[in-house]
Design a protein around this ligand. Structure first.
Ligand code: AMP
Ligand code: GLY
Length: 427
Protein backbone atom coordinates (compact mmCIF):
# COMPACT_ATOMS: atom_id res chain seq x y z
CA UNK A 1 0.00 0.00 0.00
CA UNK A 2 1.30 3.46 -0.94
CA UNK A 3 0.50 5.93 1.83
CA UNK A 4 0.50 9.72 1.72
CA UNK A 5 0.42 11.63 5.03
CA UNK A 6 -0.42 15.34 5.13
CA UNK A 7 1.17 17.62 7.75
CA UNK A 8 4.53 18.48 9.27
CA UNK A 9 4.40 18.38 13.08
CA UNK A 10 5.11 15.92 15.87
CA UNK A 11 1.76 14.20 15.32
CA UNK A 12 2.60 13.61 11.67
CA UNK A 13 6.04 12.32 12.58
CA UNK A 14 4.37 9.78 14.86
CA UNK A 15 1.95 8.83 12.06
CA UNK A 16 4.79 8.51 9.53
CA UNK A 17 6.81 6.40 11.95
CA UNK A 18 3.86 4.11 12.76
CA UNK A 19 2.94 3.67 9.09
CA UNK A 20 6.56 3.02 8.12
CA UNK A 21 6.63 0.17 10.70
CA UNK A 22 3.61 -1.50 9.11
CA UNK A 23 4.13 -4.51 6.89
CA UNK A 24 1.19 -3.22 4.80
CA UNK A 25 3.06 -0.10 3.72
CA UNK A 26 5.28 -0.33 0.67
CA UNK A 27 5.88 3.41 0.42
CA UNK A 28 5.34 6.32 2.83
CA UNK A 29 5.33 9.95 1.70
CA UNK A 30 4.66 12.98 3.88
CA UNK A 31 3.79 16.43 2.56
CA UNK A 32 5.14 18.90 3.37
CA UNK A 33 6.82 16.85 6.12
CA UNK A 34 9.93 18.04 7.93
CA UNK A 35 13.59 17.16 8.26
CA UNK A 36 12.70 14.95 11.23
CA UNK A 37 9.90 13.17 9.37
CA UNK A 38 12.39 12.53 6.54
CA UNK A 39 14.01 9.96 8.87
CA UNK A 40 10.91 7.78 8.48
CA UNK A 41 9.30 8.82 5.17
CA UNK A 42 9.99 10.56 1.89
CA UNK A 43 9.01 14.22 2.12
CA UNK A 44 7.61 16.45 -0.64
CA UNK A 45 7.03 20.21 -0.42
CA UNK A 46 3.34 20.54 -1.28
CA UNK A 47 0.81 23.04 0.14
CA UNK A 48 -1.63 20.75 1.92
CA UNK A 49 -4.48 23.24 2.36
CA UNK A 50 -4.95 23.37 -1.40
CA UNK A 51 -7.27 20.54 -2.51
CA UNK A 52 -6.11 20.71 -6.16
CA UNK A 53 -2.43 20.48 -5.19
CA UNK A 54 -3.09 17.52 -2.90
CA UNK A 55 -5.08 15.75 -5.62
CA UNK A 56 -2.19 16.19 -8.08
CA UNK A 57 0.21 14.83 -5.49
CA UNK A 58 -1.93 11.81 -4.61
CA UNK A 59 -2.27 11.02 -8.31
CA UNK A 60 1.40 11.38 -9.14
CA UNK A 61 2.32 9.30 -6.08
CA UNK A 62 -0.40 6.74 -6.93
CA UNK A 63 -1.45 6.87 -3.28
CA UNK A 64 -3.70 4.08 -2.07
CA UNK A 65 -4.47 5.91 1.16
CA UNK A 66 -4.18 9.55 2.22
CA UNK A 67 -4.03 10.25 5.96
CA UNK A 68 -4.76 13.85 6.88
CA UNK A 69 -2.91 15.08 9.99
CA UNK A 70 -4.15 18.63 10.74
CA UNK A 71 -7.68 20.08 10.65
CA UNK A 72 -7.11 22.90 8.16
CA UNK A 73 -6.94 20.74 4.99
CA UNK A 74 -10.09 18.91 6.13
CA UNK A 75 -12.03 22.13 6.70
CA UNK A 76 -10.74 23.31 3.30
CA UNK A 77 -12.31 20.27 1.61
CA UNK A 78 -9.22 18.22 0.78
CA UNK A 79 -10.92 14.93 1.66
CA UNK A 80 -13.98 15.77 -0.51
CA UNK A 81 -11.78 16.49 -3.50
CA UNK A 82 -9.83 13.24 -3.20
CA UNK A 83 -12.84 11.06 -2.44
CA UNK A 84 -14.66 12.48 -5.49
CA UNK A 85 -11.79 11.08 -7.57
CA UNK A 86 -11.96 7.66 -5.94
CA UNK A 87 -8.94 8.11 -3.66
CA UNK A 88 -9.25 6.63 -0.18
CA UNK A 89 -8.88 9.20 2.59
CA UNK A 90 -8.63 8.88 6.33
CA UNK A 91 -10.22 12.16 7.39
CA UNK A 92 -13.73 13.65 7.23
CA UNK A 93 -15.45 15.72 4.55
CA UNK A 94 -15.62 19.50 4.98
CA UNK A 95 -19.24 19.16 6.09
CA UNK A 96 -18.31 16.65 8.81
CA UNK A 97 -15.20 18.66 9.75
CA UNK A 98 -17.51 21.48 10.90
CA UNK A 99 -17.55 19.65 14.24
CA UNK A 100 -14.16 21.32 14.73
CA UNK A 101 -14.35 24.10 12.13
CA UNK A 102 -17.34 25.84 13.75
CA UNK A 103 -17.89 25.74 17.50
CA UNK A 104 -21.42 27.14 17.03
CA UNK A 105 -22.18 24.27 14.64
CA UNK A 106 -20.75 21.75 17.10
CA UNK A 107 -22.79 23.11 20.03
CA UNK A 108 -26.06 23.12 18.07
CA UNK A 109 -25.28 19.62 16.80
CA UNK A 110 -24.70 18.37 20.36
CA UNK A 111 -27.96 19.93 21.45
CA UNK A 112 -29.83 18.26 18.56
CA UNK A 113 -28.39 14.87 19.46
CA UNK A 114 -28.46 15.26 23.25
CA UNK A 115 -24.72 14.93 23.66
CA UNK A 116 -23.74 16.27 27.12
CA UNK A 117 -21.95 19.62 26.79
CA UNK A 118 -21.90 22.81 28.88
CA UNK A 119 -24.69 25.37 28.38
CA UNK A 120 -23.90 28.20 25.95
CA UNK A 121 -25.00 31.16 23.87
CA UNK A 122 -23.82 32.23 20.40
CA UNK A 123 -23.18 35.91 19.55
CA UNK A 124 -22.40 37.82 16.40
CA UNK A 125 -22.70 41.18 18.15
CA UNK A 126 -20.04 42.21 20.69
CA UNK A 127 -22.33 44.54 22.67
CA UNK A 128 -24.88 41.80 23.13
CA UNK A 129 -22.15 39.42 24.24
CA UNK A 130 -20.94 42.03 26.77
CA UNK A 131 -24.44 42.41 28.17
CA UNK A 132 -24.83 38.64 28.47
CA UNK A 133 -21.61 38.08 30.44
CA UNK A 134 -22.48 41.03 32.74
CA UNK A 135 -25.88 39.58 33.39
CA UNK A 136 -24.54 36.04 33.98
CA UNK A 137 -21.82 37.41 36.29
CA UNK A 138 -20.02 34.08 36.63
CA UNK A 139 -17.00 32.25 35.16
CA UNK A 140 -17.47 31.59 31.43
CA UNK A 141 -15.36 30.38 28.52
CA UNK A 142 -15.23 32.61 25.44
CA UNK A 143 -14.53 30.77 22.18
CA UNK A 144 -13.97 32.11 18.67
CA UNK A 145 -16.30 30.17 16.37
CA UNK A 146 -13.76 29.25 13.67
CA UNK A 147 -10.27 27.77 13.57
CA UNK A 148 -7.77 29.84 15.55
CA UNK A 149 -4.74 27.53 15.73
CA UNK A 150 -5.77 26.35 19.18
CA UNK A 151 -5.64 29.88 20.61
CA UNK A 152 -9.28 30.94 20.25
CA UNK A 153 -10.42 29.82 23.72
CA UNK A 154 -10.22 31.98 26.86
CA UNK A 155 -11.30 30.71 30.28
CA UNK A 156 -12.63 33.77 32.15
CA UNK A 157 -13.14 34.03 35.92
CA UNK A 158 -15.88 36.65 35.49
CA UNK A 159 -17.42 39.36 33.29
CA UNK A 160 -14.35 41.64 33.16
CA UNK A 161 -12.09 38.92 31.73
CA UNK A 162 -14.88 37.78 29.41
CA UNK A 163 -15.35 41.30 28.05
CA UNK A 164 -11.60 41.55 27.39
CA UNK A 165 -11.79 38.31 25.38
CA UNK A 166 -14.87 39.56 23.49
CA UNK A 167 -13.03 42.80 22.74
CA UNK A 168 -10.00 40.96 21.36
CA UNK A 169 -11.92 38.45 19.32
CA UNK A 170 -14.86 40.53 18.00
CA UNK A 171 -13.70 44.15 17.88
CA UNK A 172 -9.94 43.78 17.38
CA UNK A 173 -10.39 40.74 15.08
CA UNK A 174 -7.46 38.90 16.61
CA UNK A 175 -8.47 35.72 14.76
CA UNK A 176 -9.90 37.40 11.66
CA UNK A 177 -13.09 35.83 10.28
CA UNK A 178 -12.84 33.00 12.81
CA UNK A 179 -14.01 35.51 15.45
CA UNK A 180 -17.03 36.97 13.68
CA UNK A 181 -19.12 34.66 15.79
CA UNK A 182 -18.36 33.55 19.32
CA UNK A 183 -19.64 30.90 21.70
CA UNK A 184 -19.88 31.87 25.36
CA UNK A 185 -19.97 28.66 27.35
CA UNK A 186 -20.52 27.82 31.01
CA UNK A 187 -17.24 27.07 32.73
CA UNK A 188 -16.99 23.54 34.13
CA UNK A 189 -14.58 22.49 36.86
CA UNK A 190 -13.31 18.95 36.58
CA UNK A 191 -10.60 16.80 35.08
CA UNK A 192 -9.84 16.86 31.36
CA UNK A 193 -9.17 13.83 29.18
CA UNK A 194 -9.00 13.03 25.46
CA UNK A 195 -10.93 10.17 23.92
CA UNK A 196 -10.65 8.95 20.33
CA UNK A 197 -12.78 6.87 18.03
CA UNK A 198 -11.90 5.73 14.52
CA UNK A 199 -14.96 5.65 12.26
CA UNK A 200 -15.73 4.48 8.74
CA UNK A 201 -18.92 6.53 8.65
CA UNK A 202 -21.11 3.88 10.28
CA UNK A 203 -19.02 1.67 12.52
CA UNK A 204 -16.35 2.70 14.96
CA UNK A 205 -13.64 1.45 17.22
CA UNK A 206 -11.93 3.28 20.07
CA UNK A 207 -8.33 4.15 20.86
CA UNK A 208 -6.71 4.26 24.31
CA UNK A 209 -7.54 7.39 26.32
CA UNK A 210 -4.90 10.02 26.90
CA UNK A 211 -4.29 13.16 28.87
CA UNK A 212 -2.62 16.23 27.45
CA UNK A 213 -0.83 18.86 29.57
CA UNK A 214 -1.86 22.16 28.02
CA UNK A 215 -0.28 24.58 30.47
CA UNK A 216 3.32 25.69 30.05
CA UNK A 217 4.52 25.16 33.62
CA UNK A 218 4.67 22.40 36.21
CA UNK A 219 1.56 21.96 38.32
CA UNK A 220 -0.64 23.06 35.37
CA UNK A 221 0.29 26.71 35.81
CA UNK A 222 1.22 29.32 33.22
CA UNK A 223 -0.14 29.93 29.75
CA UNK A 224 -2.11 27.53 27.61
CA UNK A 225 0.03 25.95 24.89
CA UNK A 226 -0.56 23.46 22.09
CA UNK A 227 0.41 20.79 24.64
CA UNK A 228 3.59 20.28 26.68
CA UNK A 229 3.31 16.53 27.01
CA UNK A 230 0.85 13.67 27.19
CA UNK A 231 0.49 10.15 28.46
CA UNK A 232 -1.67 7.12 27.82
CA UNK A 233 -3.78 5.52 29.23
CA UNK A 234 -5.55 8.15 31.36
CA UNK A 235 -6.70 6.52 34.62
CA UNK A 236 -9.56 9.06 34.88
CA UNK A 237 -11.17 7.20 31.97
CA UNK A 238 -11.97 3.98 33.82
CA UNK A 239 -14.25 1.29 32.39
CA UNK A 240 -17.42 2.93 33.72
CA UNK A 241 -16.56 6.34 32.31
CA UNK A 242 -15.47 4.79 29.02
CA UNK A 243 -18.92 3.21 28.63
CA UNK A 244 -20.59 6.55 29.32
CA UNK A 245 -18.35 8.30 26.79
CA UNK A 246 -19.07 5.69 24.14
CA UNK A 247 -22.83 5.50 24.68
CA UNK A 248 -23.61 9.15 25.45
CA UNK A 249 -21.06 10.86 23.22
CA UNK A 250 -19.27 8.81 20.57
CA UNK A 251 -22.23 6.77 19.33
CA UNK A 252 -24.78 9.63 19.16
CA UNK A 253 -22.19 11.89 17.53
CA UNK A 254 -21.35 9.44 14.76
CA UNK A 255 -24.99 8.40 14.29
CA UNK A 256 -25.99 12.05 14.25
CA UNK A 257 -23.52 12.86 11.50
CA UNK A 258 -24.73 9.85 9.50
CA UNK A 259 -28.40 10.75 9.93
CA UNK A 260 -27.72 14.33 8.87
CA UNK A 261 -26.14 13.07 5.67
CA UNK A 262 -22.49 13.65 6.59
CA UNK A 263 -21.04 10.28 7.57
CA UNK A 264 -17.92 10.83 9.60
CA UNK A 265 -14.82 9.05 8.30
CA UNK A 266 -11.60 9.46 10.23
CA UNK A 267 -10.68 9.95 13.85
CA UNK A 268 -13.10 11.75 16.12
CA UNK A 269 -11.30 13.39 19.02
CA UNK A 270 -13.53 14.17 21.96
CA UNK A 271 -12.14 16.69 24.45
CA UNK A 272 -13.78 15.84 27.76
CA UNK A 273 -14.32 17.56 31.06
CA UNK A 274 -15.18 14.98 33.69
CA UNK A 275 -17.27 16.43 36.51
CA UNK A 276 -18.09 14.07 39.39
CA UNK A 277 -17.72 11.07 37.11
CA UNK A 278 -19.92 12.53 34.36
CA UNK A 279 -18.39 13.34 30.95
CA UNK A 280 -19.09 16.58 29.07
CA UNK A 281 -17.77 17.52 25.63
CA UNK A 282 -15.80 20.77 25.69
CA UNK A 283 -14.53 20.36 22.14
CA UNK A 284 -14.53 18.09 19.16
CA UNK A 285 -11.50 17.78 16.95
CA UNK A 286 -11.65 16.04 13.61
CA UNK A 287 -8.07 14.76 13.69
CA UNK A 288 -5.58 13.15 16.02
CA UNK A 289 -4.34 15.14 19.03
CA UNK A 290 -0.88 16.59 19.21
CA UNK A 291 1.03 15.50 21.33
CA UNK A 292 -1.35 12.68 22.46
CA UNK A 293 -0.81 10.79 19.20
CA UNK A 294 2.90 10.39 19.93
CA UNK A 295 2.47 8.21 23.07
CA UNK A 296 -0.69 6.48 21.76
CA UNK A 297 0.89 5.29 18.51
CA UNK A 298 4.18 4.45 20.23
CA UNK A 299 2.38 2.35 22.86
CA UNK A 300 -0.17 0.63 20.63
CA UNK A 301 -0.33 -3.15 20.45
CA UNK A 302 -1.68 -3.57 16.92
CA UNK A 303 -0.69 -2.04 13.59
CA UNK A 304 -2.85 1.13 13.38
CA UNK A 305 -2.58 1.26 9.57
CA UNK A 306 -5.00 -1.68 9.30
CA UNK A 307 -7.69 0.38 11.04
CA UNK A 308 -7.00 3.62 9.21
CA UNK A 309 -7.17 1.77 5.88
CA UNK A 310 -10.36 -0.09 6.75
CA UNK A 311 -12.03 3.10 7.99
CA UNK A 312 -11.12 4.92 4.76
CA UNK A 313 -12.50 1.99 2.74
CA UNK A 314 -15.77 2.02 4.71
CA UNK A 315 -15.12 -1.49 5.95
CA UNK A 316 -14.12 -1.17 9.56
CA UNK A 317 -14.45 -4.33 11.62
CA UNK A 318 -16.00 -3.02 14.81
CA UNK A 319 -13.52 -3.92 17.53
CA UNK A 320 -15.67 -4.03 20.61
CA UNK A 321 -12.66 -3.97 22.91
CA UNK A 322 -11.13 -1.03 21.09
CA UNK A 323 -7.46 -0.86 20.16
CA UNK A 324 -5.22 -1.76 23.06
CA UNK A 325 -1.89 -0.56 24.33
CA UNK A 326 1.04 -2.91 24.45
CA UNK A 327 2.51 -0.64 27.10
CA UNK A 328 1.70 2.72 28.73
CA UNK A 329 3.61 5.59 27.15
CA UNK A 330 4.63 9.13 28.05
CA UNK A 331 5.67 12.01 25.78
CA UNK A 332 7.62 14.99 27.13
CA UNK A 333 7.63 18.01 24.83
CA UNK A 334 10.90 19.96 24.70
CA UNK A 335 10.14 23.53 23.64
CA UNK A 336 12.00 26.76 22.85
CA UNK A 337 12.17 29.30 25.68
CA UNK A 338 9.49 31.91 24.95
CA UNK A 339 6.95 29.47 23.51
CA UNK A 340 3.91 29.87 23.17
CA UNK A 341 4.73 33.50 22.38
CA UNK A 342 7.97 34.60 20.72
CA UNK A 343 11.07 32.48 20.68
CA UNK A 344 14.35 32.35 18.77
CA UNK A 345 15.15 29.39 16.50
CA UNK A 346 18.29 28.02 14.88
CA UNK A 347 20.01 26.65 17.97
CA UNK A 348 22.01 23.47 17.56
CA UNK A 349 20.48 20.36 19.12
CA UNK A 350 22.70 17.64 20.54
CA UNK A 351 21.91 14.21 21.88
CA UNK A 352 18.95 13.06 19.75
CA UNK A 353 20.79 9.88 18.72
CA UNK A 354 21.77 9.12 22.32
CA UNK A 355 18.13 9.49 23.38
CA UNK A 356 16.86 7.31 20.52
CA UNK A 357 19.44 4.66 21.42
CA UNK A 358 17.69 4.00 24.74
CA UNK A 359 15.48 0.90 24.59
CA UNK A 360 11.80 1.92 24.49
CA UNK A 361 12.43 5.52 23.42
CA UNK A 362 11.50 7.39 20.25
CA UNK A 363 12.13 11.09 19.70
CA UNK A 364 9.47 12.63 17.46
CA UNK A 365 10.34 15.90 15.73
CA UNK A 366 7.87 18.79 15.99
CA UNK A 367 10.02 21.76 14.97
CA UNK A 368 13.56 21.00 13.82
CA UNK A 369 15.69 21.54 10.75
CA UNK A 370 18.84 19.83 9.60
CA UNK A 371 21.94 21.21 7.91
CA UNK A 372 25.01 19.10 7.10
CA UNK A 373 23.87 16.39 9.45
CA UNK A 374 23.36 18.73 12.42
CA UNK A 375 19.93 19.31 13.96
CA UNK A 376 18.70 22.83 14.78
CA UNK A 377 15.62 24.19 16.56
CA UNK A 378 13.00 25.47 14.11
CA UNK A 379 9.79 25.86 16.12
CA UNK A 380 8.14 26.51 19.47
CA UNK A 381 7.57 22.87 20.22
CA UNK A 382 10.81 21.22 19.12
CA UNK A 383 10.79 17.54 20.10
CA UNK A 384 8.40 15.02 21.64
CA UNK A 385 10.56 12.66 23.65
CA UNK A 386 8.41 9.53 23.94
CA UNK A 387 8.96 6.40 26.00
CA UNK A 388 7.02 3.21 26.69
CA UNK A 389 7.43 0.87 29.62
CA UNK A 390 5.45 -1.50 31.81
CA UNK A 391 3.92 1.33 33.87
CA UNK A 392 3.26 5.05 33.47
CA UNK A 393 5.82 5.68 36.23
CA UNK A 394 8.54 3.73 34.41
CA UNK A 395 7.65 5.30 31.06
CA UNK A 396 7.86 8.73 32.67
CA UNK A 397 11.27 7.98 34.18
CA UNK A 398 12.56 6.69 30.86
CA UNK A 399 11.21 9.72 28.94
CA UNK A 400 12.97 12.07 31.34
CA UNK A 401 16.18 10.03 31.16
CA UNK A 402 16.01 10.42 27.36
CA UNK A 403 15.21 14.15 27.57
CA UNK A 404 18.28 14.61 29.77
CA UNK A 405 20.43 13.33 26.89
CA UNK A 406 19.19 16.18 24.67
CA UNK A 407 20.62 19.69 24.86
CA UNK A 408 19.85 22.91 23.05
CA UNK A 409 20.03 26.55 24.08
CA UNK A 410 16.82 27.70 25.77
CA UNK A 411 15.33 24.21 26.03
CA UNK A 412 12.31 24.16 28.35
CA UNK A 413 10.15 21.25 29.40
CA UNK A 414 7.82 20.34 32.20
CA UNK A 415 9.12 17.93 34.82
CA UNK A 416 5.71 16.55 35.85
CA UNK A 417 4.13 15.01 32.75
CA UNK A 418 1.77 12.30 33.98
CA UNK A 419 1.26 13.82 37.42
CA UNK A 420 -2.52 13.43 37.30
CA UNK A 421 -2.11 9.69 36.76
CA UNK A 422 -0.09 9.47 39.98
CA UNK A 423 -2.53 11.70 41.82
CA UNK A 424 -5.01 8.89 41.18
CA UNK A 425 -2.61 6.28 42.48
CA UNK A 426 -1.89 4.71 39.11
CA UNK A 427 0.96 2.16 39.19
P1 AMP B 1 -9.49 24.24 23.43
O1 AMP B 1 -8.64 25.28 22.76
O2 AMP B 1 -10.87 24.12 22.89
O3 AMP B 1 -8.73 22.95 23.57
O4 AMP B 1 -9.70 24.73 24.93
C1 AMP B 1 -8.59 25.08 25.68
C2 AMP B 1 -8.84 24.77 27.11
O5 AMP B 1 -9.88 25.58 27.63
C3 AMP B 1 -9.31 23.35 27.39
O6 AMP B 1 -8.30 22.43 27.38
C4 AMP B 1 -9.92 23.53 28.76
O7 AMP B 1 -8.90 23.56 29.73
C5 AMP B 1 -10.51 24.91 28.69
N1 AMP B 1 -11.97 24.85 28.47
C6 AMP B 1 -12.63 24.84 27.28
N2 AMP B 1 -13.97 24.79 27.49
C7 AMP B 1 -14.16 24.79 28.83
C8 AMP B 1 -15.32 24.78 29.68
N3 AMP B 1 -16.56 24.78 29.19
N4 AMP B 1 -15.11 24.79 31.00
C9 AMP B 1 -13.87 24.81 31.52
N5 AMP B 1 -12.75 24.84 30.79
C10 AMP B 1 -12.89 24.83 29.45
N1 GLY C 1 -3.50 18.25 22.29
C1 GLY C 1 -4.62 19.04 21.97
C2 GLY C 1 -4.98 19.05 20.57
O1 GLY C 1 -4.42 18.36 19.76
O2 GLY C 1 -5.89 19.80 20.22
Amino acid sequence: MRVLILGSGGREHALAWAVSQSRLATDVVCAPGSAGIAEDARILPVAVNDPAAVLDLARSERSDLVIVGPEAPLVAGVADRLVAQGIKVFGPSAAAARLEGSKAFAKAFMQRHRVPTPGYQVFTDADEADRYVDQENKPVVVKADGLAAGKGVTVCDGPEAAKRAIQEIMRENRFGDAGERIVVEDCLVGEEASFYAISDGERFTTLPSAQDHKRLLDGDRGENTGGMGAYTPAPVVDAVLERKVIERIVRPTLQGMLSEGHPYVGVLYVGLMVVNGEPFVIEYNVRFGDPETQPILFGLEADPLIWLRDAARGRLAPETRGLRLRQPAVCVVMASDGYPRNYPTGYEIEGIDAANALEGVKVFHAGTSRTDGTWYTAGGRVLGVTARASSIADAKELAYQAAAEIRFKGAVYRSDIGHLAFARGSP
